[in-house]
Design a protein. Structure first.
Length: 101
């Protein structure tokens, strides 16, 4: 079955609008919940221990990895990032930070 390019563009546009309409309320509720908890004086921030590793490039597209130890990283307890901080679930999932030179 062949579709014309106009039909495919319409389909992509409709799917994009559907995704935006489905995810828009999720973001709005997350933002409202974050500021409501903050206004009530609840702790909306947390810290997560992260391993830091320096990545030093070597010859032949190889790299040397030098561990720098554990650092505590501040994060926010929510589904989406707020106030320039990543959500805690994301920081825990990416618990090794590579610093590339």
């Amino acid at each position: 079955m062949r579709y014309s390019s106009f039909t495919m563009k319409r389909l992509v546009l409709r799917v994009g609008i559907g995704v935006a309409l489905a995810l828009g309320p999720v973001g709005a509720v997350d933002l409202a919940t974050f500021y409501a908890r903050k206004a009530m004086g609840r702790n909306v921030y947390d810290t997560v221990a992260v391993d830091v590793v320096d990545v030093i490039p070597q010859k032949g597209n190889k790299a040397e990895y030098v561990p720098q130890g554990v650092q505590n990283v501040s994060c926010v307890r929510s589904l989406l990032p707020h106030e320039n901080q990543h959500p805690c679930w994301y920081v825990r999932r990416n618990a090794v930070q590579e610093v590339k030179y």
